[in-house]
Design a binder for this molecule. Structure first.
Ligand code: HEM
Length: 455
């Protein structure tokens, strides 16, 4: 008779009430809970909630081993894909297997470094327009940075997707996205999430937000000129013309096209806006770093707009952005994965059927890889200093790495350089550093208002 071997599980906190104690502890401060798990258990922790076995992996090498080497044995947690599919349909962020591979193949050419460099002018135009409208009321010298950055990144993503179009009501669109983001996260932490037909305020608000975004996307798909009339090639035009390299007669159409546009729209601006918001706060708090960046920007740009080429000559600016992404990764946790096979994590075996949680926010603040991990020290990212592979992973790793990472780094670099060229940022005397609010992105829990003075 064949002997069954049951893998020994790594240690973790004890389950009470079928593990509902873990859910209760996570809900008020998920990231604090996971940080504590890491402090107690170092590389990996196991916990059980109801019938789910959840493995938190913190060792960067093991994370890479899981997400790169064993990626084909993983799918995304079904609860998460269901929650996100309400607003993203069957877009590339939520699909799996052959359907995901096909969508990713068709989307990828729109995001190569070369293609993305072609969006640079659109990005600098959006920033210049927003800065030129930046009039501060006399009785309040402070500016809500997140609103400013969201406006710019919304204009950028609309321009990239549909040609040069500005969002009519960017506040309302941003609110709709934030409503969905909060709703999604609250659904993830409930033992039993609300079905979408439930007439409770949270669901009704989410449904309203989905409707608003669908209308916006449909409107723009319908008014955007036919591909052959489009003056500049938008991402929509590219996707309409894209053919699957493995099946050249097949393209994206109808709902599938709508869903890819929706995913790109949602994934492609709140993340960058949030990262820029934290970066502005950190720069305002560290005038010494701001001065170095300003000197560098002044010397290299000589008053001109930044370009992809000149950005590459601004190491302090780049390092400060990477450091902001380390301390406040907009995607603070990756999609939880389901193991479809036994998975190796260092010396441990994660059994088939388990959930695997990977939290860049915690991995990137691990004292083992970063001295004084809670401090803002951009010099960590200057050339001579080695960061262990996988210890900095704001864009994820493996085949499902962020498709927009070059886009995001370029966009953030251009906007940040233009801001520093024009303004001095200061943290108001009476302001305190905001707590974090974990939605789909990690945003400041209170508005971050900074004093912005023209140079
Ligand atoms: C600072 C900005 C950004 C950050 C930190 C970020 C982060 C991430 C992360 C961590 C993932 C992988 C999630 C996982 O493995 O569970 C991801 C996926 C994705 N991101 Fe981004 N992202 C950013 C900007 C963008 C932009 C600008 C776009 C598009 C214009 C974009 C589009 C996507 C898409 C489509 C996916 C899904 C890829 C797939 O599953 O194949 N992201 N992003």
């Amino acid at each position: 008779m064949q002997k069954l071997t049951v893998p020994i599980l790594p240690p973790g906190p004890t389950a009470e009430w079928w593990g509902l104690n873990h859910l209760a502890a996570m809900r008020p401060n998920y990231l604090g809970y996971v940080e504590e798990l890491q402090r107690q258990h170092s590389d990996i922790a196991h916990l059980q909630v109801l019938n789910e076995h959840i493995f938190h992996v913190f060792n960067p090498d093991w994370v890479r081993e899981i997400l790169i080497t064993q990626s084909t044995a993983l799918i995304r947690w079904e609860r998460a894909t269901e929650v996100f599919s309400h607003s993203m349909g069957q877009g590339v962020l939520v699909t799996e297997g052959a359907q995901w591979e096909r969508q990713r193949r068709m989307l990828q050419p729109g995001f190569t470094p070369k293609r993305v460099a072609g969006y640079a002018k659109l990005m600098t135009d959006a920033a210049r327009t927003a800065f030129s409208k930046l009039v501060k009321p006399k009785n309040d010298p402070n500016v809500d940075i997140e609103t400013l950055m969201t406006g710019i990144t919304l204009d950028v993503i609309m321009g990239v997707l549909f040609g040069n179009q500005q969002v009519q009501d960017s506040r309302s669109v941003a609110n709709a996205i934030q409503t969905l983001s909060q709703f999604a996260v609250s659904q993830l932490f409930k033992p039993f999430p609300w079905p979408m037909w439930t007439p409770v305020p949270a669901v009704l608000n989410a449904r309203r937000a989905i409707k608003e975004l669908n209308q916006l996307i449909d409107h723009h798909i319908n008014v955007t000129p036919e591909p052959d009339q489009a003056s500049e090639k938008s991402l929509l035009t590219m996707l309409q013309q894209a053919r699957d390299p493995n099946h050249p007669s097949e393209g994206l159409c109808g709902q599938e096209l709508h869903d890819q546009i929706m995913v790109t729209f949602q994934a492609g601006h709140e993340t960058s806006a949030t990262a820029l918001t934290w970066w502005c706060g950190l720069i305002a708090q560290h005038p010494d770093v701001a001065a170095r960046i300003h000197d560098e920007v002044t010397e290299v740009l000589q008053g001109q707009d930044p370009t992809p080429e000149t950005l590459a000559q601004l190491p302090w600016l780049q390092a400060s952005l990477k450091e902001a992404l380390r301390l406040y990764p907009p995607a603070a946790l990756l999609f939880t994965r389901r193991a479809c096979q036994n998975i190796k994590a260092g010396p441990w075996t994660i059994p088939k059927g388990s959930l695997i949680a990977i939290t860049p926010y915690v991995i990137q603040r691990d004292l083992r890889w970063f001295d004084a991990p809670d401090e803002f020290r951009p010099e960590r990212f200057m050339d001579s200093i080695e960061i262990p592979r996988g210890a900095w992973m704001p864009f994820g790793v493996g085949p499902r790495v962020c498709v927009g990472q070059h886009f995001a780094m370029l966009e953030m670099g251009l906007i940040a350089a233009m801001l520093v060229q024009r303004y001095r940022l200061a943290w108001p005397d009476d302001a305190t550093w905001p707590k974090t609010n974990l939605g789909v992105t990690l945003r400041p829990a209170a508005p971050m208002t900074l004093d912005i003075t023209p140079r």
